[in-house]
Ligand binder design. Structure first.
Ligand code: DAH
Length: 343
């Protein structure tokens, strides 16, 4: 009797480990275990050798074993059929996939990346800041106290919820945030979107983009500013481009200047783009005003610095021959798609 039970146990173990990958192996399984000369039939035959007092227990064990063999068979049959079905409906992996339409970089981003990469080669890192600014970072700290007439240079959007908040009119606000951190020297670029309350037309918009730069250390001079910007212009517009500085006024720099380059459309002979002057204004710059340094807790007797700021849309319009500023913000794919190759 014990021998019989051990045999059943061993067969059960064997059954548990059986797998069948396809219909053929399932049939082999059936013949081996459940066929007329199969294991189950064979072991059933051993009942006749069991002592009468053990017959009941042996019959029960054999019956259980038979059911176990049958259910294993059913399970194998189903899983083999399932896997066959899934092979039948499987996708042909050798087929080429559906091409996903590729997007393209926005021309403003392309131009921004170009400007940033030139200054990065001079060791400038990139800093960003919030587009909703408080009065202090957008105006006050930049030497534009309340009621300062130069606030009118930029028409400002105010935020209704809080009279102290504005949509930043320039990324100079990020310069203040960098200086306030108190880590010197600073050699940073501040690219970003800015807002001004202007009528939307082909030549002006209520939002546009700027890249500003700030360099603060001991002994930084106007000569450093000029050399840095010369390098930028040569890299950006080519070796033959001529440059001129015009004295200008910004409350946050002293002295201040604006920089022009020879018109890259007509080469300086005069055209509609440069209004027949042969020059195009590209940026504003200057030495950081001592009041601005003091506002940011930097000692103006020890440190000096220069700053500059330029728009991104205008050079992008000139480079890509775009004649309407509004195209940059309308997201018309027929316009945007034209820059795919420019990545
Ligand atoms: N913030 C000025 C503007 O938006 C541009 C500018 C001029 C930035 C001179 C500067 C600077 O950092 O030094 O018109």
């Amino acid at each position: 009797m014990e021998q019989l039970l051990n045999k059943i146990e061993a067969f059960k173990k064997e059954l548990e480990g059986t797998i069948a990958a396809d219909a053929k192996q399932v049939e082999e399984f059936r013949i081996k275990w459940l066929g007329t000369k199969g294991v189950v039939k064979d072991i059933m035959g051993e009942m006749k050798n069991v002592a009468p007092e053990n017959k009941k227990a042996a019959g029960q064990a054999l019956n259980e074993f038979k059911i176990f063999a049958e259910t294993t068979y059913e399970t194998l049959k189903q899983s083999a059929a399932g896997s066959q079905q899934s092979t039948a409906t499987a996708i042909d992996l050798s087929l080429p996939g559906d091409a996903m339409p590729l997007g393209s970089r926005h021309p403003v981003v392309l131009m921004k990346n170009r400007i940033v990469s030139i200054f990065q080669r001079l060791g400038f890192a990139v800093a960003e800041g919030p587009e909703i600014e408080d009065d202090w970072h957008n105006f006050g700290a930049l030497n534009l106290p309340a009621h300062h007439p130069a606030r009118d240079m930029q028409d400002t959007f105010y935020v209704q919820q809080n009279p102290d908040w504005v949509l930043r009119t320039h990324t100079s606000s990020v310069q203040i945030r960098e200086m306030e951190k108190g880590k010197l020297p600073i050699r940073m670029l501040m690219p970003g979107r800015v807002y001004r309350n202007e009528t939307v037309s082909a030549r002006s918009h209520c939002f546009f983009h700027q890249v500003e730069g700030l360099y603060i250390d001991e002994h930084v001079s106007f000569a450093d500013l000029k050399q840095t910007l010369y390098f930028f212009v040569k890299e950006m517009y080519g070796k033959d481009v001529k440059v001129r500085f015009r004295p200008s006024y910004f409350p946050f720099t002293e002295p201040s200047a604006e920089m022009d380059v020879t018109c890259f459309i007509c080469g300086g002979t005069g055209c509609n783009i440069c209004k027949k002057t042969g020059w195009v204004e590209i940026l504003g710059c200057g030495m950081v005003h001592p009041n601005v340094l003091t506002n940011c807790h930097i000692d103006p007797n020890k440190y000096t610095g220069f700053a500059f700021g330029m728009g991104i849309e205008r050079p992008a319009m000139l480079k890509y021959g775009v004649n309407d500023l509004r195209l940059f913000s309308e997201n018309d794919v027929r316009f945007l798609r034209q820059f795919t190759s420019a990545i």
